[in-house]
Design a protein around this ligand. Sequence first.
Ligand code: SAM
Length: 512
Amino acid sequence: MNDGEQPRGGFRDDRGRQRPDSRRVGGKNRTATRPADRRRGGDPVRKVAWEVSRAVADGAYANLELPKALRSADLHGRDAAFATELTYGAIRMRGLYDAIIEFAAGRPAAQIDPPVLDTLRLGAHQILGMRVPPHAAASETVALAREVNGAGASGFVNAVLRRVTERTREEWIREVTAGRPREDALAVEHSHPEWIVRALRGALRSDGITDESELDASLEALLEADNAAPTVSLVARPGLATVQELVDAGAEAAKLSPVGATLPSGDPADIPAVRETRAAVQDEGSQLVALALAAAPGQVDGPQDWLDLCAGPGGKAALLAALSAQQSDVTLFVNEISEHRTDLVRRTLRAALDAGIEVMIGTGDGRELGAEEPETYERVLVDAPCTGLGALRRRPEARWRRTPGDVTDLTAIQTDLLNSALDATVTGGLVAYVTCSPHVAETTAVVHAVTNGRADVTVEDARPLFRDAAGEQIRQLSDRPTVQLWPHVHGTDAMFSRCCARRPSPKTEQLQ
Ligand SMILES: C[S@@+](CC[C@H](N)C(=O)[O-])C[C@H]1O[C@@H](n2cnc3c(N)ncnc32)[C@H](O)[C@@H]1O
């Protein structure tokens, strides 16, 4: 009789939940699992992971769905951490796990009922990606299958997972990548769609890595970094909170961002400064981008208007607002196309607004703003809508949702937004074009397409504006006048930033 068919006799824990017999080893009630696993007998933890996986298959976002599911199952502490790692890991690594499941099941993943496939992915992640003893991982997952997929399917799950337990992760990777071309093999091993692997390779090359073996090593390091859970980065909005305040609340001062801190454990929402929007969760790369724009030497005297053209949900706008208040006579204007996201911006800016910082918030299409308000702003941030390929570690499902077609659609919008931003900028003013994607089509190709077509724009060197907590220029930047941060190098999202200055158009120059 296999585990999937065992009658559920035996022990119950203090909450009346049953422990499967298969967990007992050596008689008595010693178990093969850790204490936290024993407490999970009956297993609401794995069920939450399965339910969130199902919701994600129906179009939900894991980072929004999981907190709701944890709350409704009343899971906290280690149980919540286990559910989070299981859910995110199984979704993120599904490219590799599906290849292994196909091999173990002897049929294509597309021919497995999707709710059963989700159960198998959760089992595979416990066996190959977490420190759950393989036998316990398989037994618990079969129990889950019996509950959520039915008795018939649980036998199939049992058979497949038993085969998965027969090899180590490394042995499976060798098996399922054997004979595949290099990029296809990397895509399977590191669980990224192949088109994204190719795009990331192109981005690394464009950032200056030309040696093929160095390129291979960097690409692997980047793919690995995409699969690691990111640290929680916090920003202390200057004048509203201090890094020391975050350190006193359990965070550690960041090495990169002068206004950043990292939270090793715990819920950021427990920190008063975060609850009050004086501080926030924000990737250090995003912090550096806003700091750089604010730090650019002023080429225009007198009062200044700054513009954040695509601001929702307002993370960079809130930092720019705080920084604008530290300079004399700067007013920040914030624009966002969606009403809903404009509301999010207002919420993000609450502490800044309460502190009396002047911020003008509007809803509109940034592509039209240049024609509506020509030559108006001294500094403009274009944090363009993009594929988000630089933030894959934060959004486990994103890599499976994006398509090459998205890139084409987005580059058209990005080009229009950058042109509009330049039109809205005064002579001598500065535009920072930013994406959280390193895809060359969304970064340098957009900047080239726009600046090559305009005689009134020069590309400036953004690198000296990027300074770390010690005031030094950020290391390991490209040898070109562009800033591309990387998860595997800088520990940030792969933010791209390029600065363009507006100079008199040839027509204006002739008139002078
Ligand atoms: C990358 S996000 C900006 C993130 C934001 N800067 C932050 O740090 O929180 C891009 C934003 O651009 C907005 N957007 C998309 N198309 C736009 C347009 N034509 N005009 C203005 N905003 C637009 C999206 O709704 C989205 O909120």
